[in-house]
Design a protein around this ligand. Structure first.
Ligand SMILES: C[C@@](CO)(OP(=O)(O)O)[C@H](O)COP(=O)(O)OP(=O)(O)OC[C@H]1O[C@@H](n2ccc(N)nc2=O)[C@H](O)[C@@H]1O
Ligand SMILES: Nc1ncnc2c1ncn2[C@@H]1O[C@H](COP(=O)(O)OP(=O)(O)O)[C@@H](O)[C@H]1O
Length: 295
């Protein structure tokens, strides 16, 4: 018997970053939006814990206990006294190390998949606790939709979204390390005010108003990502010239995200980005998308 779970990527439509805390993390007001690019995580009983991965960037995904999916299975097993003898297979479609929370998606997916495989029936609260232990973004991968993440991003409050938003994602050649981008943020921002989600942004999401959302998106990590990966500036300019309503770095990058009016506009922006040679791939996706779901 095997269980497969599909889990979405995310874009941060509002990422307000405060000063570094004593534990090294930063307090955030992180407005997450799940987008329809998915990894699929399949688990099946095996002789020991094993991870395999296929798809774009699979060669950069760790197959040992550093993989967030393997760690998720170990944490659930430890809680219920079950040996984590499971083969985890990840079919990757979320860009690796791209600021779209692919590793977090696989952690949340493996957790939901093993809960179903083992019949542990963990409560939503228990699953969210394990997710928070795995990483700041993992709880959001579980719930999907849209949410405001506070604390280090793990404390979630669901947000209402009044329509469908269309996106293009330009996948850069290479990755960025999340800790390195936060370090660069600290260097560039000697005094960071307490982070707050903008009321205009939350209202734009609630109304499903793409023009208002385009005017309200904000990513405090963008200057740091551009400082470490300057060529992203060109991709942002190409997408804007091709008609994107807003262009921003996705989370810690280096994927860039382009908000567009509709599916036809998405095709035009994607074609312009590809033709410009400023990205390795251009992906079109809608939001919001559901969280981790057994297929
Ligand atoms: C920046 C964001 C935006 O959603 O995601 P990505 O764009 O990388 O996907 C997140 O804050 C990334 O969350 P996640 O990737 O889960 O981070 P974690 O594993 O918890 O932490 C990795 C490292 O990032 C830094 N970190 C993370 C979260 C946070 N609130 N403050 C931090 O300073 C710390 O250096 C930490 O050691
Ligand atoms: N299942 C996984 N998929 C991708 N990367 C993973 C996974 N588990 C651990 N990692 C590690 O996490 C790093 C960040 O990857 P990822 O989550 O894709 O990007 P980001 O944090 O930028 O959203 C990778 O470079 C890799 O070393």
């Amino acid at each position: 018997m095997s269980v497969t779970v599909r889990v979405p990527a995310k874009v941060n439509v509002g990422l307000a970053v405060g000063a570094a805390r004593a534990d090294g993390f930063h307090d955030l007001a992180n407005v997450f939006l799940a987008v329809g690019l998915y990894d699929e995580v399949t688990v099946a009983a095996a002789d020991g814990l094993r991870v395999t991965c296929e798809g774009p960037g699979a060669d950069q995904v760790p197959l040992d206990r550093a993989n967030l999916a393997a760690r998720a299975v170990e944490l659930l097993g430890a809680r219920y006294g079950i040996a984590p003898d499971v083969h985890i297979h990840i079919a990757k479609d979320i860009p690796v190390a791209g600021g779209m929370a692919g590793g977090s998606a696989d952690g949340a997916g493996a957790l939901v998949a093993c809960d179903a495989l083992w019949g542990t029936k963990a409560s939503r609260g228990e699953l969210l606790d394990i997710c928070a232990e795995l990483g700041s973004d993992v709880p959001f991968s579980l719930v999907g939709g849209a949410a405001l993440g506070t604390g280090r991003g793990e404390k979630l409050e669901p947000l209402e979204v009044g329509g469908t938003f269309h996106w293009v994602f330009a996948v850069a050649d290479g990755g960025l390390s999340t800790p390195a981008v936060y370090r660069e943020f600290d260097r560039l921002t000697p005094v960071a005010p307490a982070p707050e989600a903008s009321p205009a942004l939350l209202d734009a999401l609630r109304q499903g108003d793409v023009d208002a959302l385009a005017g309200a998106v904000v990513n405090d990590l963008q200057p740091a990502a551009l400082s470490l990966f300057p060529s992203l500036t060109e991709a942002l300019a190409v997408g804007t010239s091709a008609g994107a309503l807003a262009a921003l770095v996705s989370g810690s990058g280096p994927t860039t995200a382009f908000l567009v009016r509709d599916a036809a506009a998405a095709e035009g922006v994607a074609a312009a980005l590809l033709a410009s040679g400023t990205c390795r791939a251009a992906r079109v996706a809608d939001s919001p998308a559901p969280g981790a779901l057994v297929r």
